[in-house]
Design a protein around this ligand. Structure first.
Ligand SMILES: Cc1ncc(C[n+]2csc(CCOP(=O)(O)OP(=O)(O)O)c2C)c(N)n1
Length: 311
C-alpha cells in the first residue's frame, strides 16, 4: 500500500461518515451515531498489516474499522439506515454492526466489552493453530474498565494472539484524559501485564502500520499480546448531537490542521495533488452509488422481529 492507497481508504471512511451525517439530517438514520472523523489513519494503518482470516473488533466508533476491513459500503449504509442489509439485516445499525465474511467480529456500544470478546476470538485462533490474530480497538476511557484488565491479563498468561489498539483521542465522552488517569501514556500499563506497549502517532498510517506489524508478528508467532496506543484527535463530537462546548476554544481548529488527510494534502506536489483529486472524485462516485443501492434495499419484514433473539 502506498500513500495514494492510504489516502483513498481514509477518504472513503471520511466521506462515508460525512454522508451518514447528511442522511441523519434528512431523517434516514434513526438514533445517534459516533464518528471517527480525524482517527481514520488508525484502522487504515492497522488493517494493512492483517490477513483476511484475522479477526477485528471495534467500538461504537468503529465505522472506520469496518470500511478498512473491506466491509461492503452498500451493506454498511443499508445497515445503518435500518434496512435489511446483507450484514446484520438492519438489527445492528451503527453501534453493533459486524460482518462474519470479513471476520469483522464487530462493534460494541458497551465500553471495553469488545476486549474479552476479542480475547475469545484470539483463543479460538490459537486453538485452530493457523496463526491468525485478533485485533481489538478501544478508546482511552475504556482502559479503566475492569473487564479490559481481566481480558488483558488472561491474554498475557495464555499467550493469546491479541493486539489491543487504544485510540487515545484525549476525551472519554466529555472528560479529558488528565482527569481520568495518572499515567502519562496508557501503553505504560502494558508493563503490568508483562507485555509490550508502544505509543505511536495515530494520525500517520505508516507509524500505526509499523507498530502494528511488530505486534501482529509477535501474536502470530505465539509470543502473546501487545498494546499499541495511537495518539489522535476527534474532529467532531462524541456523538452526532454533541456541540462540544467542553472543548477549549481553538482545539478543534488546531486538530484540523494536523489531521491525516490534511497532512497528505499539504505535503503533496502538483503530480500527487492531481492523483489525490482523482481519488476524491472516485470516492465521491463510489459513495453516491452505495447510497442509491442502499436506498433500494427494503426495510426488514416486521414478522421477523423475533428472529436472532435468544432468551
Ligand atoms: C460500560 C459502559 N459505561 C459507560 C458507557 C457510556 N459511555 C459511552 S461512550 C463513553 C466514553 C468512552 O470513551 P473512550 O473509551 O475514550 O472512547 P471514545 O468515545 O473516545 O472513542 C461512555 C462513558 C457505556 N456505553 N458503557
Amino acid at each position: 500500500m502506498g500513500l495514494v492507497d492510504d489516502y483513498r481508504l481514509m477518504t472513503r471512511i471520511r466521506r462515508f461518515e460525512e454522508r451518514l451525517m447528511a442522511l441523519k439530517d434528512e431523517g434516514e438514520i434513526p438514533g445517534s451515531i459516533h464518528l471517527c472523523n480525524g482517527q481514520e489513519a488508525i484502522p487504515v494503518g492497522a488493517c494493512r498489516t492483517l490477513r483476511d482470516t484475522d479477526y477485528v473488533s471495534a467500538t461504537y466508533r468503529g465505522h472506520g474499522w469496518a470500511v478498512a476491513r473491506g466491509v461492503d459500503l452498500t451493506a454498511l449504509f443499508a445497515e445503518i439506515m435500518g434496512r435489511d442489509s446483507a450484514i446484520c439485516g438492519g438489527r445492528a445499525a451503527s453501534p453493533y454492526l459486524s460482518d462474519a465474511s470479513r471476520r469483522f467480529v464487530g462493534e460494541n456500544s458497551i465500553v471495553g466489552a469488545g476486549v474479552p470478546i476479542a480475547a475469545g476470538a484470539a483463543l479460538s485462533a490459537k486453538r485452530a493453530g493457523a496463526g491468525d490474530v485478533s485485533v481489538v480497538s478501544i478508546g482511552d476511557g475504556a482502559m479503566n474498565q475492569g473487564n479490559v484488565h481481566e481480558a488483558l491479563n488472561l491474554a498475557a498468561v495464555l499467550d493469546l494472539p491479541l493486539v489491543l489498539v487504544v485510540e487515545n483521542n484525549i476525551y472519554s465522552e466529555m472528560s479529558r484524559i488528565e482527569d481520568m488517569v495518572r499515567v502519562r501514556q496508557l501503553a505504560e500499563r502494558a508493563a503490568g501485564y508483562g507485555i509490550p506497549g508502544r505509543v505511536v502517532d495515530g494520525n500517520d498510517p505508516d507509524a500505526v502500520a509499523g507498530a502494528m506489524a511488530e505486534a501482529v508478528d509477535r501474536a502470530r508467532t505465539g509470543a502473546g499480546p501487545s498494546i499499541v496506543e495511537a495518539m489522535t484527535e476527534r474532529l467532531v463530537g462524541h456523538y452526532s448531537g454533541d456541540a462540544q462546548h467542553y472543548r477549549p476554544a481553538g482545539e478543534v481548529a488546531a486538530a484540523r490542521e494536523r489531521e491525516p488527510l490534511v497532512r497528505i494534502r499539504r505535503a503533496a506536489d502538483a503530480t500527487l495533488a492531481a492523483q489525490l483529486d482523482a481519488v476524491d472524485a472516485e470516492v465521491a462516485a463510489e459513495i453516491d452509488a452505495a447510497v442509491v443501492a442502499a436506498r433500494a434495499i427494503p426495510f426488514p419484514n416486521p414478522a421477523t422481529v423475533k428472529e436472532h433473539v435468544y432468551a
